[in-house]
Write a protein that binds this ligand. Structure first.
Ligand SMILES: Nc1nc2c(c(=O)[nH]1)N[C@H]1C(S)=C(S)[C@@H](COP(=O)(O)OP(=O)(O)OC[C@H]3O[C@@H](n4cnc5c(=O)[nH]c(N)nc54)[C@H](O)[C@@H]3O)O[C@H]1N2
Ligand SMILES: Nc1nc2c(c(=O)[nH]1)N[C@H]1C(S)=C(S)[C@@H](COP(=O)(O)OP(=O)(O)OC[C@H]3O[C@@H](n4cnc5c(=O)[nH]c(N)nc54)[C@H](O)[C@@H]3O)O[C@H]1N2
Ligand code: SF4
Ligand SMILES: [Mo]
Length: 688
């Protein structure tokens, strides 16, 4: 049975957790979906959070954290926090709920899941989840065991990093990549579709210090980000054109004789096929597609060919379009062709989340063979699937109304009277508003987890440092309880969070176990900061770099390294992007009061439409519209407009956000979301 979440936890709990005593500072880590995984110094008294700041255990954190998480207490104790289980009272989406006991809430859910299974089979249940608190305990653990045993529909978790992950896996088997500390050794840094000043702030001091040491900086981004301002070269490319730009760099490497023949012969397969696909991409042709100056493009390519150690930080925004997988392939292949590996400060950085080789052996059931639903097409699944329909949607660790393409269709799906929606959440999100049953979840300050950095390399145990708020429970406790109530719990299954914690620690690689128990920042098994092709090598089956995997050539709609044309039309000519902002982490913390979001637009585009900085505008296309104030600025390039990602419906004037304008089409590789293929028109609200 569920035990109330008290802090009288076993021996490895921190002695520092203060209950009853004076305020004290305890260490934990931030597991949110951010590459940095800061260590945190949390001040608590009587089991309550007083304040939260950066810890010093982790040198990358170095005592500072982002302003968002410093405000995390406003979420923990804020008015939107879910305190008790509750059931819907009003219409769907109205947000009226009545408190019930955990027992009643869970019984209702189990009854309805039984009914769905009896009527249509397990596939009528769709579990929806993404990162949540991102740890090893709160996702893909006891939840996975439950869904597998019930034979529910499966979810392709492709909302983020599917195209870059597919490319990184195919080329290098997700080899560990260059960590923040080694940026200091680079002579050239290329930030490609990444904005560390917002999305991974602890990289910034390393980039700035490298520049002070003499490193050159190239930024490839349609926006003039803070580091683009400080760059030697800024290529303000049209969103979705990166594959062309990267192939022009490849062409230059081959044509100028600077491709590293010795490395290519020894370590790679598929070079000639890549060269063939790159050969049409002259600087002029690529520049035309990207809307940039060919001579500046050439300068950037020449710099990359000539300078070592050269490091490419490949971001995630370049993947979110019809060419995203091929763009990631072409970018990540550059250090192989350019001969940039084998030195400290050379190579590439991509997500390091797979570097620990953790195989999740604790999921104690084989994967079910059931229908696979791509989460990027959730709205379609809710409104179109018939055999069987989605009868039960169980949503946790994600807020799809705010973060998934085609918002209006998702809302239409959630409004279905015959759909039974469970939302297991920390706060009353835009998605929870549509629930039939809401269940309150703990935050990372109220439960155990593992914070796995994906920029630096660290894996840290996070601990309950405050009392759970209200009746909030951890994912592990709730999914274990649901398995028991559904009659599918195995005799050896963990009974809840603590059991799972012990099992996970036992199954970690031995070298990690002791560090993790001690709560220290563990040293990776391959040396503190790995040099690619010295300390770490491709994890592909033959240990080679695969520059032209045939399977991907067959999978991509126009083939590998293809450029598919821009989806703009005369009616909808502007490219809408929606990158990370400092307001939220995806949509987490979006409930906190902030000024209305604004659409950022280049002065020339505003002038062409007779718009001014004070206007409230309507951003629209065939899928929907967003109404919000305008901000006229050269921070975006001509032809591109920008809205922040992950904001809540309350932050615009008409209750819709960027995702209402995003088509649910999929990327060329990996089935990813095409957030930046939204094409729109903008008018003042008075004209619209
Ligand atoms: N503050 C904050 N930090 C976050 C997050 C957050 O929401 N808020 N989210 C976290 C998550 S989930 C992720 S995945 C990472 C993402 O981290 P990043 O990869 O840095 O992604 P963004 O910051 O969204 O976008 C980076 C830049 O890409 C540019 N861009 C947009 N389209 C294109 C394109 O087609 N080509 C190129 N070259 N550039 C393009 C944008 O203008 C933006 O400046 O950040 C994580 N960190
Ligand atoms: N327009 C636009 N939209 C985007 C993007 C974009 O570029 N443009 N980028 C996308 C990206 S990069 C990502 S990663 C996705 C992320 O999209 P989501 O996965 O939806 O991320 P969040 O919105 O942060 O939602 C996480 C939710 O999980 C809850 N949660 C946290 N911990 C726990 C827990 O332990 N238990 C339970 N039950 N719940 C928990 C939090 O309260 C939060 O509401 O958004 C995507 N959305
Ligand atoms: S969100 Fe990122 S920068 Fe902010 S505290 Fe967490 S790990 Fe650190
Ligand atoms: Mo993401």
């Amino acid at each position: 049975m569920h035990s109330a979440r008290k802090l009288d936890r076993p021996a490895d709990r921190t002695e520092g957790t203060s209950l009853g005593g004076p305020a004290s500072v305890v260490e934990t880590a931030c597991p949110l979906d951010c590459p940095d995984s800061c260590t945190l110094a949390v001040t608590v008294r009587h089991g309550k959070l007083l304040s939260l700041d950066g810890g010093r255990v982790n040198p990358v954190t170095n005592g500072f954290i982002c302003a968002k998480v410093r405000r995390f207490g406003d979420r923990v104790y804020g008015p939107d926090r879910l305190l008790y289980p509750a059931v819907r009272k009003g219409r769907k989406g109205e947000g009226r709920f009545a408190r019930v006991s955990w027992d009643e809430a869970l019984e209702r859910i189990v009854d309805r899941m039984r009914h769905a299974t009896a009527t249509w089979g397990g596939e009528a249940i769709l579990p929806y989840s993404y990162g949540g608190s991102n740890g090893l305990l709160t996702q893909d653990s006891l939840d996975a065991t439950l869904w597998r045993r019930l034979g529910t529909s499966r979810l392709a978790r492709t909302l983020c990093a599917a195209p870059t992950g597919t490319a990184n896996m195919a080329l290098y088997g997700k080899m560990a990549s260059v960590t923040y500390e080694d940026y200091l050794h680079a002579s050239l840094i290329v930030l490609w579709g990444v904005n560390p000043s917002t999305s991974g702030i602890h990289l910034v001091p390393y980039v700035r210090q490298a520049q002070k040491n003499g490193a050159r900086l190239v930024v490839i981004d349609p926006r003039t980000t803070p580091l683009a301002k400080a760059a030697d070269i800024h290529l303000a490319v049209r969103p979705g054109s990166d594959v062309a730009v990267a192939l022009a760099w490849h062409r230059h490497l081959f044509e100028s004789g600077q491709a590293d023949r010795a490395f290519l012969d020894a370590q790679t397969v598929g070079t000639d096929r890549l060269r063939e696909r790159a050969s049409p991409w002259t600087f002029e042709r690529a520049a035309a597609v990207a809307g940039i100056d060919a001579t500046i493009l050439e300068r950037a390519a020449v710099l990359y060919a000539n300078v070592s150690p050269a490091l490419i930080r490949c971001g995630w925004e370049l993947e979110r379009n019809r060419n995203g997988g091929n763009a990631a392939m072409a970018i990540l292949a550059l250090p192989a062709v350019g001969g940039k590996f084998g030195v400290r400060g050379g190579g590439y950085s991509m997500s390091n989340s797979a570097s620990w080789n953790i195989d999740k052996a604790w999921i104690s059931a084989p994967e079910q063979h059931s229908r696979l639903v791509n989460m990027n097409q959730l709205g379609r699944a809710l409104t179109e699937l018939k055999t069987p329909p989605v009868d039960v949607l169980f949503c946790y660790n994600g807020n799809p109304v705010a973060t998934v393409p085609d918002q209006r269709r998702i809302v239409r799906g959630l409004e279905r009277e015959d759909l039974f929606t469970v939302v297991f959440e920390q706060v009353m999100t835009d998605t929870a508003m549509y629930a039939d049953v809401v269940l309150p979840a703990t935050t990372f300050l109220e439960g155990y987890d593992f914070a796995r950095a994906y920029g630096p390399l660290s894996l840290q145990l996070t601990r309950p440092v405050i009392e759970a708020v209200g009746e909030a429970r951890t994912n592990a406790d709730v999914f274990a309880e649901l398995a028991r109530r559904c009659g599918v719990a195995g005799a050896d299954d963990p009974e809840g969070e603590l059991d799972l914690l012990v099992k996970v620690i036992d199954q970690l690689p031995a070298a990690l176990r002791e560090d993790v128990r001690a709560g220290a920042r563990p040293v990776p098994p391959f040396g503190a900061t790995p040099i690619q092709f010295v300390d770490v090598f491709p994890n592909t089956p033959d240990g080679k770099v695969h520059l032209f995997p045939d399977a991907l050539d067959a999978a991509a709609p126009a083939g590998l390294y293809a450029f598919q044309p821009d989806p703009a039309t005369e009616t909808y000519p502007l490219a809408l992007i929606s990158p990370a902002s400092d307001r939220t982490i995806s949509s987490t913390l979006g409930e906190l009061p902030r000024p209305d979001v604004r659409l950022t637009m280049h002065p020339d585009d505003a002038a062409a439409r007779g718009l001014e900085g004070t206007d409230v505008v309507c951003v629209f296309n065939a899928l929907g519209e967003v109404r919000c104030p305008l901000s006229v600025s050269t921070a975006v390039c001509r032809g591109t407009v920008s809205l922040p990602k992950g904001v809540w419906r309350r932050s615009t004037h008409n209750g819709f956000t960027a995702t209402a304008l995003v088509p649910d089409t999929l990327t060329d590789l990996g089935g990813g979301a095409c957030f930046n293929d939204a094409r729109v028109q903008v008018a003042s609200v008075a004209q619209a």
